[in-house]
Write a new protein. Structure first.
Length: 221
């Protein structure tokens, strides 16, 4: 199966269904409490990672943080940012948002402050973050690497991991697990769709959400 096919299947699933699938498979990597601050609807894609820190940037020609991540991404990419320095400095900003939107990047999830959120709202570009700042990164933090392992709220994210984000949370999936998770989540969604149809037809709630529902994540129902 092509990578794009897996991303397309993941886009059809909400975070809650995939979280249930992870429970069934006894896998982790669900992050909650990071709100969607701009854009509308869920995003899914492969992780392009960006690690920010203190000190000097790696050797080589100088370039602004975030530009390499944008150039490495496409419509099947979500940029995952680590800015865990504790310094009040933007990990992302307005011109980067415009560049990412123009490139077709699906969205940004940032573990660190984001600047120019009003511009992102105006562009309708999806960004998840817990905090904002007006302070520039210039002279405060530097990019330590693009497409290197990063930590996002205590989850280690590797370049190429699958990312799914909506207003309920953010999920990171290793490529080795994607097919099993997709199959489990699609099964759960189908069962819940049948239950929703029964509710609309007037079936009593206790009958719809009885013992079978409580054991649904075991895969036995």
């Amino acid at each position: 199966m092509a990578i794009g096919d897996e991303v397309a299947r993941l886009r059809k699933l909400d975070v809650c269904a995939v979280s249930d699938a992870l429970d069934r498979l006894k896998l982790g990597s669900v992050v909650t409490g990071v709100p969607q601050q701009s854009g509308a609807g869920r995003v899914a894609g492969r992780a392009v990672t960006m690690k920010l820190g203190l000190g000097e940037p790696p050797a080589g020609p100088p370039r602004h943080l975030g530009t390499a991540a944008i150039e490495a991404g496409d419509v099947d990419s979500v940029i995952v940012i680590e800015q865990r320095t504790g310094v009040d400095a933007g990990s992302w900003g307005g011109l980067l948002t415009l560049g990412a939107k123009t490139r077709g990047i699906a969205g940004i999830v940032a573990d660190g402050p984001v600047r120019d959120i009003d511009e992102a709202i105006g562009y309708g570009f999806p960004i998840w973050t817990r905090s904002f700042t007006a302070r520039t990164a210039r002279g405060r933090i530097v990019e330590k690497g693009t497409n290197v392992p990063v930590t996002f709220h205590d989850v280690v994210v590797t370049p190429g991991d699958y990312v799914l984000a909506d207003r309920s949370g953010i999920i990171f999936l290793a490529p080795a697990h994607i097919e099993a998770v997709l199959e489990a989540a699609e099964s759960i969604v189908a069962k819940e769709a049948a239950m929703a149809a029964a509710i609309r037809c007037g079936t009593p709630m206790q009958e719809v959400m009885g013992g079978n529902y409580e054991h649904m994540l075991t895969g036995a129902q």
